[in-house]
Design a protein around this ligand. Structure first.
Ligand SMILES: Cc1cc2nc3c(=O)[nH]c(=O)nc-3n(C[C@H](O)[C@H](O)[C@H](O)COP(=O)(O)OP(=O)(O)OC[C@H]3O[C@@H](n4cnc5c(N)ncnc54)[C@H](O)[C@@H]3O)c2cc1C
Length: 279
């Protein structure tokens, strides 16, 4: 039996090279110019944000030891983050955020996480996961409705993918969404756990299996939804205590016939896995 030929890839990939035991130096060098050289305006924003963060530490507003003991970040810290612009790092400027590039975001994120990893989780979940799903896949109406409020810190974003039965294997989540009898939206049923910001989020990007037609058959594929805590059938079933990053809170969320209207589908029905991995 002849072996099948290896897949041919036209574009070189640094990561693929690592798996093949090769370091593709041409993809690394010349090392890119620093952010200060490439984008001085954006670098100035980064310096301003880090200075604001350091001032919060110096004034005692951020006290990692206290936050760890209390197992919470506290509203004053979230308010100060919002005022400094730290909750709108990845939100496009037209929606009231700073619209930072990936390298600028990484610089700020590194500074935040080095003060306290729990603060890193707050920013990562808000700007990098829940908010990012909306930036990448939200329609104009969804963006206009939620992004300015997220950038101003009036609400936090969460990203609810993991379930008691399914973590890494995100394609096989068991939460389902079926059409309601009035055909105006979806009824979600299932549980999500380990959800950062989940206990206080105003907007949660979540995922459920929905029936779709393919080749004359009905199959189940994940769809992304925007869930708000005031939607009927949504419940927070407590939070998880941890040994580390204790000031960051992870919640258990329950959907019991949770009604999500059609205008809160994020991206296309049946294409939720794309949303999950791209965010
Ligand atoms: C502090 C914290 C915050 C979190 N925040 C969020 C959040 O905001 N939103 C959210 O949705 N989730 C969140 N999670 C959940 C996190 O994404 C999951 O824990 C993660 O996806 C792993 O899933 P799991 O815990 O079910 O482990 P499993 O998927 O059961 O994996 C267990 C072990 O098996 C290994 N493994 C799994 N599959 C394979 C494979 N195919 N081959 C080889 N090894 C494999 C894994 O690497 C791991 O070591 C959070 C978790 C923590 C701890």
């Amino acid at each position: 039996m002849s072996a099948s030929p290896p897949a041919t890839h036209t574009k070189p990939s640094f990561l693929r090279g690592l798996f093949q035991g090769e370091i593709t130096e041409t993809l690394l060098f010349p090392y890119p110019a620093t952010l200060d050289e490439r984008r001085p305006d954006e670098a100035a924003t980064v310096h301003r944000l880090i200075a604001a963060l350091n001032a919060m530490v110096a004034s005692g507003l951020i006290d990692p030891r206290q936050m760890d003991e209390n197992e919470t970040l506290g509203e004053p810290v979230i308010k100060a983050f919002a005022e400094a612009g730290l909750l709108g790092l990845t939100t496009p400027k037209e929606y009231g955020g700073l619209g930072l590039s990936a390298s600028a975001y990484a610089r700020v994120f590194g500074a935040v996480a080095s003060v306290d990893a729990s603060l890193g989780v707050l920013i990562g979940v808000h700007c990098g996961l829940g908010g990012k799903a909306l930036v990448l896949f939200g329609n104009d109406e969804q963006k206009a409705r939620y992004l300015p409020a997220l950038a101003r810190g009036e609400m936090l974003a969460a990203y609810a993918l993991t379930e008691p039965e399914t973590g890494s294997d995100a394609q096989h989540i068991v939460t389902t969404a079926r059409r309601n009898t009035e055909n105006t939206g979806w009824l979600l049923n299932g549980r999500k756990h380990w959800i950062g910001n989940g206990h206080r989020a105003g907007m949660i990007a979540t995922f459920a299996q929905t029936p779709i037609e393919r080749n004359g058959e009905t199959i189940m594929r994940p769809t992304a939804f925007i869930v708000r805590p005031d939607m009927p059938g949504f419940r927070i079933d407590g939070t998880v205590r941890k040994l580390g990053i204790r000031a960051s809170t992870q919640a258990e969320l329950v959907f019991e016939d949770c009604f999500v209207p059609d205008d809160h589908v994020l991206g296309e029905v049946g294409k939720g896995f794309r949303v999950a991995v791209n965010a």
